[in-house]
Design a protein around this ligand. Structure first.
Ligand SMILES: NC(=O)c1ccc[n+]([C@@H]2O[C@H](COP(=O)([O-])OP(=O)(O)OC[C@H]3O[C@@H](n4cnc5c(N)ncnc54)[C@H](OP(=O)(O)O)[C@@H]3O)[C@@H](O)[C@H]2O)c1
Length: 334
């Protein structure tokens, strides 16, 4: 079958290859992938900036498709069902943190950028009815990350003033959609006028340009501060985030695109009783919660552009540029 694999010996870092799948295990299903979607993780893999990389692995963590084969131990009623895949497995017993064996499809195991994938049957869920293939494919990794960060780690309340930084980010957009659907007052930051306008059109109450020197002072004056902040940039923006957090508020971060923070304002953290909370993807309960919230609130992922599998290099380049406004989707067998 045709698939996009990691090959760091090539300047593009990826290539289209003909891959033979192994025999289906008794507890696995084989899924024909209709659409897949990119996450920044795929681009980190292509750039060689991810742990334990292996050339020859099919990249991609997000997808939606049809079950075409079921192993001996799998309920045969799954055959023909339209599904999405939970990309994470082996979270473990502790709801607060993943186990050491926690892993994500697309590295180290084969991922979704191929015509077929074989996964354990407990990783599949019925595709939400209100989503088409492209929209459903855009959901899994980003949406579960936003869901755990906001609901479990951030304990979001409908009365909260919420700031989601870097609205251009895939996870950030789910964060905004989820917080708005809950009825919270939502603000965003972005480096793009167009993205800020898009957020306001979605129902956000305000937007700030994080490149402006005094954006934090402006945000504080306009909003009175935030109960909850969702961030994946970190770096030196952290001190501004601490500044705009209300006393007793929470900052949840799930990435560090801008690296580590220098000059950390520790006194403001303890005096204002601010909680600084890390979050990574989600366990199976978070995934179920995310899916039922998305179905109940009829949330539709924002899609930036749809590429064909043969144009995957272009799709990865777009992710690298970071100019996208929404998920980058790759149609595989539609
Ligand atoms: N822990 C996990 O489970 C998990 C899951 C998913 C992602 N992540 C990590 O989270 C990060 C974001 O990933 P993604 O796929 O959602 O995003 P993405 O699509 O790669 O977008 C990143 C966005 O970050 C924003 N940004 C850049 N510098 C910023 C700054 N100084 N302040 C605020 N925002 C800034 C930009 O927003 P504008 O374009 O609006 O300026 C940019 O569009 C990556 O580092 C990724 O590896 C972690």
């Amino acid at each position: 079958m045709k698939a996009i694999i990691l090959n760091r010996t090539l300047p593009e870092g990826i290539e289209t290859a003909d891959i033979r799948l192994e025999a289906l295990a008794p507890d696995e299903v084989k899924i024909q992938i209709k659409s897949a979607a990119l996450n920044h993780r795929d681009e980190w893999c292509r750039q060689g900036k991810y742990a334990n990389l292996r050339d020859g692995i099919i990249l991609g963590s997000d997808a939606a498709g049809i079950v075409v084969e079921a192993g001996q131990e799998v309920d045969a009623s799954w055959l023909g069902k339209e599904v999405i895949i939970n990309p994470a497995s082996d979270w473990g017993e502790n709801e607060y943190v993943q186990s050491k064996t926690f892993k994500i499809i697309g590295m180290p195991d084969h991922g979704t950028l191929g015509e077929y994938i074989q996964v354990k049957s407990d990783r599949i869920h019925l595709k939400p009815d209100h989503l088409n293939w492209d929209e459903a494919a855009a959901l899994p990794l980003g949406a579960v990350t936003a869901y755990r960060a906001l609901f479990r780690q951030g304990e979001i309340q409908s009365t909260d003033n919420v700031l989601v930084t870097g609205f251009g980010g895939g996870v950030a957009q789910f964060g905004v959609q989820f917080a708005l659907s809950l009825g919270a007052q939502v603000y965003i930051s972005s480096s793009s006028e167009e993205k800020m306008q898009k957020a306001l059109n979605l129902g956000c109450s305000g937007a700030f340009d994080y490149r402006e020197e005094n954006w934090a002072e402006k945000a504080l004056a306009d909003t009175g501060g935030f109960d909850l902040i969702l961030d994946s940039a970190m770096g030196d923006t952290l001190n501004n985030l601490i500044k705009v957090t209300k006393p007793g508020g929470r900052i949840v971060f799930y990435g560090a695109t801008r690296g580590n923070a220098s000059g950390f304002e520790s006194r403001r953290i303890f005096w204002n009783q601010i909680k600084l909370i890390g979050s990574t993807m989600g366990n199976d309960e978070d995934f179920d919660g995310m899916l039922s919230f998305v179905s109940k609130k009829k949330i539709v992922p924002i899609i930036d552009q749809i590429f064909n599998l043969d144009d995957s290099v272009k799709a990865f380049e777009k992710m690298k540029e970071g100019k996208q406004m929404g998920k980058i989707v790759i149609r595989v067998t539609q």
